[in-house]
Design a protein around this ligand. Structure first.
Ligand code: NAP
Length: 332
């Protein structure tokens, strides 16, 4: 049995291109005790993977050059030598980017396709959904009547943050990179207001207009100048859930921004960086809340689906030009 796999060909500097990836044909080994052979149905591309392409020390180990990229997957079990999993089961986990692969069953969990379309386990019912839930609820701690501002608002994490904040009775304002996304946030996801940062010359002023009572919770997915502008609008005792800094993932030299820490000090702001894996012991709680919202139709979700395993690198790279609305998924 042979399969295609995609490996890291070279560590990119700055914005990567497709030369950072290489496709190889490999033999798929038969499963041994405790292992399963799976076929990929849906693959997740996520901004954090850019960090793993670099060898800088971080919370996750770097990908190795010449070795497969590892990412989120929804797969069908083809052959099983593991207890509790049989051929035909649908599973999710983090495994090498390959059309077929044999992995320990302990790295996978079964999914319930009756609850939601299987690909949702890579988005709202997976890592991005849990990130939204814990960052907002545990760090943002939004209260009814407060204003929640979300950057990267039209992406996998952002659309969930906005809807959860609305459920808490907040005014919710999103920041995103196109008029189409602004429209989507306001009319599909129920945001009270949204700002296109690509066509807005003065973001500090635009946030002030969209958030007339100031910002109580800033859920930061992007960093950079957008975050500088958000900080200028924070209320006393505001909370910043520092989730992502995608505006800086490809920079080769970090630009010097305005020094805004005095503002955080004098407004007595709480700023907390977090990684979703900090909440491993509370995954059941987060999943239950998200699953309930999906089941009852109270949490909407959207995917941008790119067809074809070979297009995984292209789909990943397009996260940095904002091609996706909601979660970017690759369908095998
Ligand atoms: N802390 C954690 O555990 C954790 C977990 C998951 C994700 N994250 C982080 O959360 C953020 C969102 O992740 P996601 O999966 O939901 O991704 P996503 O928002 O679905 O996709 C990335 C989006 O970022 C925006 N973007 C790209 N380059 C940008 C730039 N230079 N400035 C401003 N916006 C830019 C684009 O939208 P526009 O069209 O709006 O520009 C793009 O669609 C990322 O920073 C990610 O690394 C953190």
């Amino acid at each position: 049995m042979s399969a295609k796999q995609i490996v890291l060909a070279a560590r990119p500097k700055g914005m990567p291109d497709e030369s950072a990836f290489r496709t190889e044909i490999v033999e798929v080994k038969a499963p041994e005790q405790g292992e399963v052979r799976i076929k990929g149905l849906y693959y997740s591309v996520d901004p954090y993977m850019r960090g793993r392409m670099s060898d800088a020390k971080s919370y996750a180990a770097p990908y190795e050059v010449g070795k497969p990229i590892v990412g989120g997957i929804v797969a069908e079990v083809l052959e099983s030598k593991a207890e509790g999993i049989k051929a035909g089961d649908l599973v999710t986990g983090r495994v090498p980017w390959a059309t077929e692969v044999t992995v320990p069953a302990s790295e996978l969990s079964k999914i319930d396709a009756n609850l939601a379309p299987p690909s949702h386990y890579l988005g709202i019912l997976g890592m991005p959904g849990l990130t939204a839930y814990f960052g907002l609820m545990d760090i943002g701690k939004p209260k009814a009547g407060e204003t929640v501002l979300v950057s990267g608002a039209a992406g996998a994490v952002g659309v969930v943050v906005g809807q959860l904040a609305k459920q808490q009775g907040c005014r919710v304002v999103g920041i995103a990179g196109s008029d189409e996304k602004v429209d989507l946030l306001k009319h599909e996801f129920g945001f009270d207001e949204a700002i296109n940062y690509k066509t807005t010359p003065d973001m500090t002023a635009a946030i002030a207009v969209a958030c007339p009572d100031g910002v109580d919770v800033y859920y930061d997915n992007v960093g950079g100048e957008i975050t500088d502008a958000a900080i200028m609008n924070l209320n006393f005792h505001a909370r910043i859930a520092l989730c992502g800094q995608i505006a800086q993932y490809n920079v080769t030299e970090v630009p010097m921004g305005p020094r805004l820490f005095p503002r955080l000090l004098t407004r007595k702001v709480l700023l907390k960086g977090f990684i979703v894996s900090d909440y491993l012991d509370r995954v059941q709680e987060g999943f239950a809340a998200l699953a309930k919202g999906v089941k009852e139709g109270k949490l909407k979700y959207r995917e941008t689906v790119v067809e074809g395993f070979d297009n995984l690198p292209k789909a990943f790279l397009s996260l940095f030009s904002g091609e996706n609305k909601g979660k970017m998924i690759v369908k095998a």
